[in-house]
Design a protein around this ligand. Structure first.
Ligand SMILES: *Cc1c(COP(=O)(O)O)cnc(C)c1O
Length: 458
């Protein structure tokens, strides 16, 4: 008999989670104005709201916390982290920040001006927010295959070179300060970009003298997919693949809450000394002195170890294959999910799941609420609510995809939890024809409304 797969870790500490009844959850979600962000975590059984900062640290990371150096300037923990980042990414300059969006805020304060165009592959919401906040425009150049959830393509996070070159040709180059390449592409379903595509995008950027930056939150998962799916990389170490990926770019912003395997943190790494110097000023203003940038010494210590662990094949295999385990179960049940299964999350296709509910009534939000009510499982809408209104016309923007994301925290839940989630979804899917009505918005913010929006049931 072939031996089955088993996780390369054992559990040293456990945390209780609370069960509840469907009646209780119906009451709680109403009290939360049908916004899952507004729900007390205690009222959730399995929390798949995000994989951001929700993972479990290793014993070695906890050990690093104990020996963190809390000096204001020049702490050993900072120096060690800078060295680790340089070793793993190859970038020369490093600025710590308190999380990923803070890295965006600091870097974009240097790079983005009013009227600028920033092309990329389905920009993450905070990335787009920081671009639009500066009255610039984010242009999505993701390949078309990414927008059809049933098309099989190994690298749906790829950038379409034609679309990108069209953007380069349609605007003065001075108006395009850089392009942002998100690896893996969160908004397109946690889908990776291939090394070939990264290389080609890099060459096109060089031809037009436009810098290439990575939004690198899940760079290690991207490297795992390259190793599994791209010819020529099957025997290469993850660290070597990572180094090659970054060698094609000029810098990166990082949310360490993802592939940094820590609960809080972020950074900027780049090669251009002059941009680094300008960013330093903003870092001091917004984040803190350049040798801590909003992070404790102990947190920087845990991040150094986390970056080393997340770029190991054995860890990545357990992480990515657990997500695939859940995804394959759902496919078995006929539940419409984004394919192939992404690196950090399952994306349910609400357009196919609940077509009876109109898009004007936020069908993906309606599905996310139902998953909570039925199973106590919290996911998040990645659809019309997240897409915000057009900054000029103030009309709803209807994205190609209406998704519900179930993000899997790193090293946190067991495959029994995955089975529980799958059963919850099967039950909802089997009764989907009974769903008729969705929700209406009664209150919302002007930008990034999904965090605080309030709904009423129609
Ligand atoms: C999470 C994330 C960010 C923002 O990082 P925070 O740490 O949440 O501020 C930016 N880009 C991508 C792709 C992300 O997943």
């Amino acid at each position: 008999m072939e031996l089955p797969y088993a996780e390369p870790y054992k559990i040293k500490m456990v945390e209780s989670i609370k069960r509840s009844t469907q009646e209780q959850r119906e009451k709680w979600i109403k009290q939360a104005d049908y916004n899952l962000f507004n729900l007390d975590a205690e009222k959730v059984f399995i929390d798949c709201l995000t994989d951001s900062g929700t993972g479990a640290m290793s014993d070695k990371q906890w050990a690093a916390m104990m020996v963190g150096d809390e000096s204001y300037a020049g702490s050993r923990s900072f120096l060690e982290l800078r060295e680790t980042v340089n070793k793993i990414t190859g970038f020369d300059y490093f600025l710590p920040t308190h999380q990923g969006r803070a890295a965006e805020n600091v870097l974009f304060s240097v790079l983005v001006k009013e009227g600028d165009i920033v092309p990329g592959n389905s920009h993450f919401d905070t990335t787009k927010g920081h671009i639009e906040f500066r009255k610039a425009t984010a242009v999505d150049c993701t390949i078309d295959e990414a927008f059809d959830t049933s098309v099989q393509h190994p690298f749906k996070g790829n950038i379409d070179l034609k679309k990108l070159e069209n953007v380069f040709n349609a605007h003065p180059i001075a108006k395009i300060p850089f392009i942002i390449f998100t690896i893996t592409c969160n908004s397109a379903g946690g889908q990776p970009a291939s090394m070939k595509n990264i290389k080609e995008v890099s060459a096109l950027c060089k031809k037009y003298h436009i810098p290439l930056y990575f939004d690198a939150a899940r760079f290690a998962e991207n490297a795992y997919f390259i190793r599994k799916r791209e010819v020529g990389y099957e025997d290469m170490s993850i660290k070597k693949i990572v180094k090659e990926m970054f060698s094609y770019g000029d810098g990166m912003t990082m949310s360490a809450k993802k592939d940094g395997l820590v609960n809080m943190g972020g950074f900027i790494a780049l090669n251009d000394e002059s941009i680094f110097k300008q960013a330093t000023v903003f870092n001091i203003m917004f984040e803190g002195f350049i040798t801590y940038g909003g992070m404790n010494g102990r947190d920087m210590g845990a991040l150094s170890v986390g970056l080393d662990e997340s770029t190991e094949f054995n860890y990545l295999e357990s992480r990515v294959e657990q997500v695939a385990y859940l995804g394959n179960k759902l496919l078995e049940y006929g539940v419409p999910v984004q394919q192939p299964i992404g690196g950090h999350a399952i994306f349910l296709d609400a357009n196919k799941f609940v077509p009876n509910i109109s898009r004007e009534e936020y069908r993906a939000q309606a599905l996310a609420i139902e998953i909570y009510v039925v199973g106590g499982v919290r996911g998040v809408e990645i659809g019309t609510v997240l897409a915000d209104r057009d900054p000029v016309t103030r009309e709803n923007r209807y994205p190609a995809l209406e998704l519900v994301r179930l993000a899997i925290p790193r090293r946190t839940y067991t495959n029994n939890h995955m089975d529980f989630i799958a059963a919850t979804l099967k039950n909802i899917y089997d009764t989907r024809n009974q769903a008729k009505h969705g929700y209406t918005i009664v209150d919302e913010a002007a930008i990034m409304r999904h965090f605080t929006v309030k709904f009423e049931k129609i």
